[in-house]
Design a binder for this molecule. Structure first.
Ligand code: NCD
Ligand code: ZN
Ligand code: ZN
Length: 428
């Protein structure tokens, strides 16, 4: 018995056409896509004209397990992912302990298989405990299932350490995924350095703290031949550097978050720095930076959308702006908020190009099985309702985190059904 999705409109990822098709899922795969498929003995779900997309892939989330289960767990975070239309997420290693051993890779993968709602791909740390002092066993991490290596949460400050990591990673064909931050330049900043930080008297983080590290790491990638992937790009010069690296033929890719595409430090200005739900790293920057990120996404300099889903507890986010932790949740509304703002309202790109940045490109860049809608493809898919407007309401989140500056926004494009390897993981 299969799962028959009847009456949906399947998005053609090449030309953007919406094609009225039935989709049959048997086992873990899509076995047929046709005008009309007989129900036979299949379990039927009527899609009522909603749009069928490849399951989304988020290469940057924080699931907080082990160690910070009060903020999130693999179960709650992956359920939030399924609600957001995601079928695969890659989780960052800044847990406690840090994900820096093969045993911990195994722990994440097995916990996700047992309790999770999507495929979870763990990152292995670049350095032990993310202290920047000693390289991990990258080969062993890879063999245990690490999707790539990253010290996200902190930048690798030592250039020689990063050089050695890239040499090893290049020889193993493992992507090096960077949180670019020069700690010396970023100091104890809590928001973008500029007119707003000055007015509010808050310590700033200059864009240079990001771009200078990206420049260094592009040169190291050039020298070592490593695949460099830039996390949560936020600054205009950073985008320019990635564009240049690509023009030189280097293996450099990048991601951007919904918040850096849609928000600026103006929201912190407007609220006088009173709400730490607006605090994130890298910080929300200027309108010029936001426009540069947008342009980079549209011209292909930036390959994909990643949420950097970073749940924190309400008490923590109630602290003063200066001392509250950095981070926003994002999994449950990333697609609706970007569909609404970029596609529906402002017509900046067509639906199928947005979907490429949510599914096809992450699969391609990280060589994952996913991002395709075709007979024989893995049955990772998401069905979205492009018409019904709903409010982003943190009280409804499956995530334990409620920390988002997008709360209250009215958006369309909500997921109605998510299927991960043939299993229904979310149904509205
Ligand atoms: N993005 C954030 O503001 N916070 C992340 C760390 C990170 O992604 O660098 C976190 O782990 O909370
Ligand atoms: Zn980071
Ligand atoms: Zn992160």
């Amino acid at each position: 018995m299969g799962l028959l999705l009847k009456g949906g409109r399947v998005l053609n990822l090449e030309n953007g056409e919406l094609e009225a098709r039935d989709v049959l899922v048997e086992g873990r795969h899509i076995t047929r896509i046709a005008d009309s498929i007989e129900a036979d003995a299949h379990e039927v779900v009527d899609l009522g004209g909603h749009v069928v997309l490849p399951g989304f892939i988020d290469m940057h989330v924080h699931l907080r397990q082990p160690g910070f289960e009060g903020k999130e767990t693999i179960a709650t975070g992956s359920q939030a992912a399924a609600r957001g239309g995601y079928t695969q997420v890659a989780c960052m290693p800044n847990t406690r302990p840090v994900l820096d051993t093969p045993e911990l890779m195994k722990f994440v993968i097995e916990t996700a298989e047992r309790e999770g709602f999507c495929t979870v791909l763990p990152y292995g740390a670049i350095t032990k405990s993310e202290l920047g002092e000693e390289l991990t066993d990258i080969k062993a991490l890879r063999e245990a299932g690490a999707v790539a290596i990253s010290d996200d949460g902190v930048g690798v400050q030592s250039s020689s350490m990063m050089r050695e990591a890239m040499r090893v990673a290049a020889s193993l064909d493992v992507p090096v995924v960077i949180h670019s931050e020069d700690e010396d330049l970023a100091k104890d900043g809590c928001m973008n350095e500029g007119v707003v930080s000055k007015r509010l008297g808050l310590p700033g983080i200059p864009g240079l703290a990001e771009s200078a590290m990206i420049a260094r790491d592009i040169l190291l990638a050039q020298e070592t031949g490593a695949h460099l992937h830039v996390c949560h790009i936020s600054d205009a010069w950073s985008v320019e550097l990635v564009r240049w690296a690509k023009s030189m033929g280097l293996n450099v890719t990048a991601e951007v978050t919904p918040h850096h595409l849609l928000l600026t430090e103006a929201i912190i200005d407007a609220t006088d720095g009173a709400d730490a739900n607006m605090k994130v790293n890298p910080p929300l920057r200027t309108e010029a930076d936001r426009q540069a990120c947008l342009r980079g996404l549209l011209d292909g300099t930036i390959d994909m959308i990643a949420t950097d889903h970073a749940p924190h507890m309400e008490e923590e986010k109630k602290r003063p702006f200066r001392t509250a932790p950095f981070g926003f949740v994002g999994l449950e509304f990333a697609f609706p908020v970007l569909y609404t703002e970029l596609v529906e309202k402002n017509n900046l790109l067509p639906l199928h190009e947005l979907v490429q940045k949510f599914a096809t490109n992450p699969a391609q860049v990280f060589k994952l099985n996913g991002g395709r809608l075709a007979e024989g493809a893995l049955a990772d898919l998401t069905v979205v309702d492009l018409n019904t407007e709903r409010t982003i309401n943190p009280d409804e989140f499956y995530s334990k985190g409620r920390n988002t500056p997008f709360a209250g926004q009215q958006v369309k494009g909500w997921t109605v059904l998510t299927v991960n390897q043939g299993r229904i993981t979310y149904q509205a």
